[in-house]
Design a binder for this molecule. Structure first.
Ligand SMILES: *Cc1c(COP(=O)(O)O)cnc(C)c1O
Length: 228
């Protein structure tokens, strides 16, 4: 299957899952995850009409996306990987949405650059719902404090994001994220990947992040390289 065919199939599955859901979000957007995918591959998706993309490394996005954004001004780029504070300035100039705000220090760094005149991307807070030691994301117990801190800095926090543990049933993680977003008055929920986006839609996902099902399998070595 080609990239345009895969895209069409995923969009049809999103529409069907929304139809079957009892209480879907008002809209569910597809974030096409293009990490490790060449500019040529991304251009095939753009030509087919896809406009939202996700990258997990600042450096890789900086190499691929300025040219693409120049050609497609309505392209919306999401950062879905961990962000180091020394890359905040570059990330703010490149991304439209940062989905991985997960600590006070990062919120402070974003506010500092914003105060110097940078436009702050829309922000989602990544929650480590599985409380995995090796995974990024704020622990559930620390979420309220981080939100309060970000709101005190007037940062544009719009939603929550999670990556459930690989071997877990994702449903309780999605249910938890939905409940916390409602409690906190946040409208956006980024959850669900190639293997479970239909389940996430049942729990109210506004953004699903799909890579492999659109672009094909990635080279393992490149996806496990250090973040950045
Ligand atoms: C790679 C990645 C995805 C996409 O995963 P697929 O299984 O290829 O759809 C989604 N979210 C994050 C945070 C990722 O790093």
């Amino acid at each position: 299957m080609s990239i345009p065919e895969n895209l069409a199939a995923i969009l049809a599955r999103i529409a069907a899952a929304r139809k079957a859901a009892i209480n879907p979000a008002p809209a569910t957007h597809l974030v096409a995850v293009s990490k490790t995918i060449s500019e040529a591959g991304i251009r095939q998706a753009l030509a087919a009409g896809q406009r939202r993309f996700g990258e997990n490394r600042v450096q890789e996005a900086a190499a691929k996306y300025p040219a693409l954004k120049a050609d497609y001004p309505d392209l919306e780029l999401h950062l879905i990987g961990p962000l180091q504070t020394n890359k905040v300035k570059e990330a703010m100039s490149l991304f439209d949405v940062i989905e991985t705000l997960d600590r006070v220090k990062l919120a402070d760094a974003l506010a500092t650059e914003r105060n110097k005149g940078a436009k702050c991307p829309r922000l989602f807070i990544q929650v480590n719902t599985g409380e995995e030691a090796q995974k990024a994301g704020v622990l559930p117990a620390d979420l309220d404090a981080l939100i309060a801190h970000a709101r005190a800095l007037a940062l544009p926090v719009e939603g929550l994001m999670c990556i459930p543990p690989l071997d877990d049933d994702a449903a309780p993680h999605f249910a938890f994220l939905l409940k916390r977003a409602r409690d906190l008055g946040l409208s956006q929920l980024s959850m669900g990947m190639s293997g479970d986006f239909e389940l996430a839609i049942r729990f109210g996902a506004t953004h699903v992040r799909v890579g492999t099902a659109i672009f094909g399998a990635r080279d393992y070595a490149t996806t496990t390289a250090s973040p950045g």
